[in-house]
Design a binder for this molecule. Sequence first.
Ligand SMILES: Nc1ncnc2c1ncn2[C@@H]1O[C@H](COP(=O)(O)OP(=O)(O)OP(=O)(O)O)[C@@H](O)[C@H]1O
Ligand SMILES: [Mg+2]
Length: 382
Amino acid sequence: MAFSLGSIFKNVSSSLGKSAEGSVLGIDIGASSAKIVQLRTSKGAAILETYGEIALGPYAGQPIGKAVKLPPEKIAEAITDVMREANVTARSGGLSIPFSSSLVSVITLPNVDPEQLKRMIPIEARKYIPIPVSEVSLDWFVIPRDEGEGSAFDRIEPQSVLEAKGREVLLVAIHNNALQGYQTVAATAGLSIDFYEIEIFSAVRSSVGHGIAPIVVVDIGAATTKIYVVERGVVRLSHLITMGGQQITEHLARSLDWEFEKAERVKRERGLVESTAYSPDENDRIKTSLLSTLERLLSEVNRVVLSYGQRYNKNVSRVVLTGGGASLPGLTEVAKQELAVEVEIANPFQRTETPAFLENVLREIGPGFSVAVGVALRKLKT
Ligand SMILES: Nc1ncnc2c1ncn2[C@@H]1O[C@H](COP(=O)(O)OP(=O)(O)OP(=O)(O)O)[C@@H](O)[C@H]1O
Ligand SMILES: [Mg+2]
């Protein structure tokens, strides 16, 4: 194992003393854009000091909104630019790792002491990780047992059976290559990274509370959409679909015979809401195109919602939409029709103190910042 990832799940309390004063950064390097958030704590509250987002497409000669794969030096350049533009003053914080560079599974291990667990996990991991264990860094988190009320699984397996079987452990593996790349980015941009965290956990921290019923978090990114089922704040299931906002734009560009740039702009500004800036025919075609991609995406979400409900005999209570794609104007109404449960658009800045005059802007752009805000919150919160 090349890196110690002990900090990924380190109880936040252990990092509290270190950074309770001063400002921290949450950095999210997505496929299409990088986001940065600077928070400070004061009397237990997280205060938003500054935030910024920069499209990565242009650093690869591609339009805004395109998912690109950049070398670490180019990413560092973009991060440096956004830090300058947003007047970021802090130089340390956390960085998110994309879901696609990680593997997450819930495994069951016997009831052994922590030392034994430490020895068992790399051996057990071989069964779950389809690549050599030497190529990944491993971390794990023993899922707390529910007191009294029972876990997500106990309707099919009574507590006594679970006791006999052992402990549920959330196993996380990150490709060493990916980590190395991020270390180069940080060093080049002059950042000191205190911890790395898989984006799943960051998005969940900033987007949902600790409700009892299962909640589905959907992160609509550029090239991919991530779906997580969360129960009592614990991620039970995660799912990646290779479809996202970029595909919505591409479809729109094809349908209306526009350049990608124009389709991207119209999607963000007009979205599903009719506008007098377009002819009735154009309005129709825009809507039809957006809906056709969106409906496919939402039907995948529905599949997860329904199968989780059936498998564990529990109803998912609501779906929280996040990621840049969740800022599509008019999305809520369509999602409510397509999904059989309550729908909400994530508002991660709600967990921070912000100036009143920014409230509307932050609500609009909020979904795209879920991961960055979640990373920064981890450094500050209990
Ligand atoms: N106002 C908006 N309306 C509709 N779509 C939007 C809006 N703003 C951003 N998007 C879309 O959101 C997508 C980018 O979202 P986000 O920034 O969360 O992705 P990412 O983090 O770069 O990608 P990934 O999570 O896949 O690595 C793009 O497809 C972009 O077109
Ligand atoms: Mg993202």
